[in-house]
Design a protein around this ligand. Sequence first.
Ligand code: NAP
Length: 346
Amino acid sequence: MEQQGKVHPITRDIEGTPQESMFDIKTQTLPPLESDDVIVKCLYISIDPSQISRMKHKSSSHTSAAATSKIMPGMLRENCGYGKDDIVYGLLNWAEYTIVKNGNTLRKLDPMEDFHYLTISEFLVNSISTPIRYSVGTSGLTAYGGFFKVCKPKKGEKVFVSAAAGSVGNLVGQYAKLFGCYVVGCAGTKQKVELLKEKLGFDDAFNYKEKTDLNLTLQSYFPNGIDIYFDNVGGEMLEAVVANMNPFGRVAACGAISQYTNSRKQATPNMIDIIYKRIRIQGFLSLDFYTNDFKDFMQMTIDYVRKGKLCVLEDVSHGIENIPAAFVGLFHGHNVGKKVVQIAQE
Ligand SMILES: NC(=O)c1ccc[n+]([C@@H]2O[C@H](COP(=O)([O-])OP(=O)(O)OC[C@H]3O[C@@H](n4cnc5c(N)ncnc54)[C@H](OP(=O)(O)O)[C@@H]3O)[C@@H](O)[C@H]2O)c1
């Protein structure tokens, strides 16, 4: 039987800020399966700023890590390593169905291993509705690795986080507070600033869009200087932070979202400051921590979540039609916490 499904193919290279009008939606008929192909039905799609880099070149793929996806019943080849109703995640298209060659870019989710005793049905229906592995998982590993392994914090140190109400930033701030640091975050709306201070336990927060002089702003929030900066945005904020850092300060260079849509926003921090204050700026990728740190990260995170000490912030849209809006919204600060789009119920 022919399988049809909706898909958002990429139709042009994106330069500057993405617009919803740049994305089409089409109905596709899936081609006949070849030997060892696996057909995956998408349940959730993760929406991430870095996906824009895959849309900037003609040769790039238009894939997105799907939070959970389901192997289509009755459409499996034998011995492909997956069974009917297995829940998997991997790099898939922005589509209801994706054919994955050999299934080798997929990973089967194991409720025991991946969710620490949350069952599949539990994670699909309970308050931690999308898999904790994804909502807290990849962003959490980024936050955990960048903060604990790259910045090597000491209790009482002063930490600044940009895009602090976003997927990675909110977790950095929460980890840092739970660890015993003084934490200030910035975000782009009054509501986000209130959320950081009132719900997530940040010591202070400000709306960077209301500030005309970032240098003076940071001086007022950190009269004794910044020890750690978790950088999600790059640009002029990084320059202002370096000017306000203490000797031996550390910068975790996680992302540079201000540059993704405007290449002229490249930060040029004062190198004399970096040299004399012995500031360390280190880039990293979440996968750097996957082998050695994932287990400790998950144990600590699940423990905090279960004890109600760590808040899981998800921002869920529904329907494949809403993927472009969700994606474009990241670059306008429309999301609060981890952005995902639910494509199907089961
Ligand atoms: N190194 C890694 O392995 C890794 C892994 C995951 C993510 N990242 C990076 O980490 C950063 C955060 O990712 P995320 O998934 O947590 O995204 P996110 O924070 O959930 O969403 C992006 C947020 O960035 C803010 N923003 C958008 N445009 C901005 C601009 N021009 N200047 C300042 N802020 C802007 C918006 O919030 P406001 O309301 O505050 O403006 C928006 O909500 C991104 O740069 C991403 O590429 C890196």
